[in-house]
Design a protein around this ligand. Structure first.
Ligand SMILES: Nc1ncnc2c1ncn2[C@@H]1O[C@H](COP(=O)(O)OP(=O)(O)O)[C@@H](O)[C@H]1O
Ligand SMILES: NC(=O)c1ccc[n+]([C@@H]2O[C@H](COP(=O)(O)O)[C@@H](O)[C@H]2O)c1
Length: 212
């Protein structure tokens, strides 16, 4: 390093972790637990950006096309991610979260199509994808009430075929995803990902930005 280079070890460091996965794979459960255990973290959930029912078109069988990126306000989601990237301290404070003195911030982004949206996918430092078998997914989904609720035949007529299509697109475009078995005990899933994220945090802490 040239003697004119300045070490900027105190600069704010940011880590963006993506928790993707199938519907009901356990994304929200894992993300909330990670948030509780990782200091200076917060969660942005893709579920919060669904368009109003009136804006979501139906297919020829009358099924609302919810399992497509077009059903989501991805521009709004991106602007929230960008405001965290610009100023994570302010982002946390605006949401009544208290930043610690630590200069390292972690954003957890969770959702079923987070790796299918290229501008967002490019930002992840770590990518996890929670998967479960068809019958488990169908059973968990049948116990959940969405707004609007799934009509009869929706899982096999829309959700599952779209999952298969979206997954092929994701795997074609995104190497390096860590696949997680969403049937493992919640505690085991949490400790595995948390330890992995802590390792990444340690790596970032040791890293000094040099500006020449
Ligand atoms: N590891 C797990 N083992 C068993 N059930 C789980 C596990 N993780 C989540 N669940 C259950 O599966 C359902 C869907 O979980 P959720 O986290 O809301 O999924 P997602 O956010 O991926 O749609 C919930 O009833 C939740 O309690
Ligand atoms: N939140 C909503 O407005 C809404 C409405 C209808 C269906 N959904 C479903 O949400 C699913 C994605 O969210 P989860 O991954 O949390 O299940 C999609 O499979 C979609 O069919 C959400």
């Amino acid at each position: 390093m040239s003697k004119n280079c300045v070490a900027r070890a105190s600069e704010i460091k940011k880590l963006i972790v993506g928790i993707g996965g199938m519907t009901n794979g356990g994304k929200s459960t894992l993300s909330q637990s990670l948030h509780q255990q990782i200091p200076n973290s917060c969660v942005i959930a893709q579920d919060s950006y669904f368009k109003d029912e009136s804006e979501v078109p139906e297919d020829s069988h009358g099924f609302k096309q919810y399992d497509l990126l077009d059903a989501l306000h991805m521009d709004t989601m991106m602007s929230d991610v960008d405001s965290w990237r610009r100023d994570p301290v302010q982002y946390l404070r605006q949401r009544s979260l208290k930043p610690s003195d630590e200069q390292l911030f972690v954003l957890i982004v969770e959702g079923f199509l987070i790796f299918n949206y290229r501008p967002l996918n490019l930002l992840f430092d770590k990518r996890y994808f929670m998967e479960i078998p068809y019958d488990v997914c169908k059973r968990r989904r049948s116990l959940r009430v969405y707004n609007p609720p799934d009509p009869p035949g929706y899982f096999d007529g829309h959700v599952w075929p779209m999952y298969l299509k979206n997954r092929i697109e994701m795997e074609d475009s995104t190497p390096g995803i860590v696949f997680l078995d969403g049937q493992k005990p919640k505690e085991e899933l949490l400790s595995g990902v948390r330890d992995d994220v802590f390792k990444e945090i340690e790596r970032l802490r040791d890293w000094k930005a040099f500006v020449c």
